[in-house]
Ligand binder design. Structure first.
Ligand SMILES: Nc1ncnc2c1ncn2[C@@H]1O[C@H](COP(=O)(O)OP(=O)(O)OP(=O)(O)O)[C@@H](O)[C@H]1O
Ligand SMILES: [Mg+2]
Length: 376
């Protein structure tokens, strides 16, 4: 299973020192304290290096993560409670998750975007569908010896997914895996659709009983602070409007009436406008008005680094399904820090003025793009 490779840092290189601390003759507590200190030190260096002042809630989470690391290395302690971080967009939840993942001095860990994990889970369940316990078989393959599993951006909108998530969470806790999750929703807010919410209550209860739930709050979306741009992702991309012929020519794009091409993704054709080397162009309609899915975006991401998406409409006028596809697509592209050039007729804020709850996340991510306007 692909996991984000831990970036080597001075702190992870200190792991041999920590290992020695765990060695024979050393009181076990010294090793636990050292691992807690390692997490604290890692975050302090990271924040200093990036010039960040951590919010009160980020500091609380780091304390909790330090305790978790300490328990994780105590063979006599039970598995530490899993952690559920929630809060509005851009409050630094993923930054905490990634930091914990990188600092944790073990190899039996995975950090995945929830979409990505879920797509793999579906695929595995399908290939083991003849087996008695397809979920267990799939998890054996996906998780191997994993002890710590980090899921970024957990949200649920589909009752079918909700049923599988219930089984998944139960299985993960049974396997004594330490689970860390980030979400824009508090547990009670998951699967907000009133038609289904009641059926999701068992998972909410499971989360509340097995996970420490912490809010990462604060008044600002850190993404909107220009001085942070050097450390942020997605900032190399552009939003170009109103996409005049001159703007399109400058981007080396085919004209709007150029014929479509077909890309094979998995076993299906997906319509595109062009592809050359690692660069690919679609219209919004090609990707979002067709029955595409997260799995398709993940597969396309393996082939292409520079994405051009043309014809962003006024999103509020599109179907909920099309809006949700754009939200998912941007989540995937942002998570992988792809180079995105997006073209629309209107200023970005007007194009994205829809009602879907998760659009706040998309607005925050697309707000990182440099906006280029031409009156010509
Ligand atoms: N204390 C801080 N000060 C300044 N910038 C920060 C701070 N914490 C995190 N950041 C930066 O803010 C940006 C947004 O953080 P992050 O992606 O972790 O937010 P998030 O809470 O996960 O948002 P979302 O809900 O949209 O996924 C990142 O570029 C991150 O490096
Ligand atoms: Mg995040």
């Amino acid at each position: 299973m692909p996991a984000h490779p831990p970036k080597r840092s001075r702190l992870t290189q200190r792991w041999p020192v920590l290992r020695r601390l765990f060695g024979k003759g050393t009181p076990a507590k010294a090793g636990h304290d050292a691992s807690a200190q390692l997490i604290r030190d890692y975050f302090r260096h990271k924040a200093n290096g990036q010039g960040y002042t951590l919010s009160h809630s980020q500091l609380r989470v780091i304390d909790c993560m330090a305790q978790q690391a300490s328990l994780l290395f105590d063979e006599t302690a039970p598995t530490p409670p899993s952690l559920y971080l929630h809060g509005s967009v851009g409050r630094g939840k993923s930054w905490l998750l990634d930091g914990f993942f990188q600092a944790l001095p073990i190899t039996q860990k995975r950090r995945l975007h929830f979409h990505e994990f879920f797509a793999q889970l579906h695929q595995g369940m399908f290939s083991h569908r003849e087996q008695d316990d397809a979920l267990a078989m799939t998890l054996n393959e996906l998780l191997l010896d994993c002890r710590v599993l980090c899921f970024d951006e957990f949200h649920v909108h589909d009752i079918g997914d909700a049923m599988l998530i219930t089984r998944l969470f139960k299985a993960l806790f049974q396997r004594r895996i330490l689970l860390l999750v980030t979400s824009n929703y508090p547990p009670e807010g998951l699967l907000p659709n009133p038609l289904y919410h009641a059926r999701f209550k068992p998972v909410i209860e499971l989360i509340n009983s097995r996970m420490q739930v912490m809010e990462v709050g604060g008044p600002h979306d850190y993404r909107s602070q220009m001085r942070n741009h050097a450390h942020q992702v997605f900032t190399q991309g552009r939003y170009v409007w109103p996409a005049t012929p001159a703007q399109r020519e400058a981007l080396n794009l085919p004209t709007e009436d150029a014929p479509a091409i077909s890309l094979t993704v998995g076993t299906r054709p997906i319509r595109a406008r062009f592809c050359e080397d690692r660069r690919v162009g679609f219209t919004f309609a090609d990707l979002c008005e067709q029955p595409t899915a997260v799995m398709d975006y993940l597969q396309l991401c393996r082939r292409f680094d520079h994405w051009i998406i043309d014809g962003l409409p006024e999103l509020g006028g599109c179907s909920i399904a099309a809006q949700q596809r754009l939200i998912n697509l941007i989540d995937v592209l942002y998570d992988q820090d792809k180079h995105l050039t997006l073209l629309g007729r209107l200023p970005l804020s007007e194009s994205l003025a829809g009602q879907v709850i998760d659009l706040a996340r998309t607005r925050s991510r697309l707000g990182q793009l440099q906006e280029e306007h031409s009156t010509g």
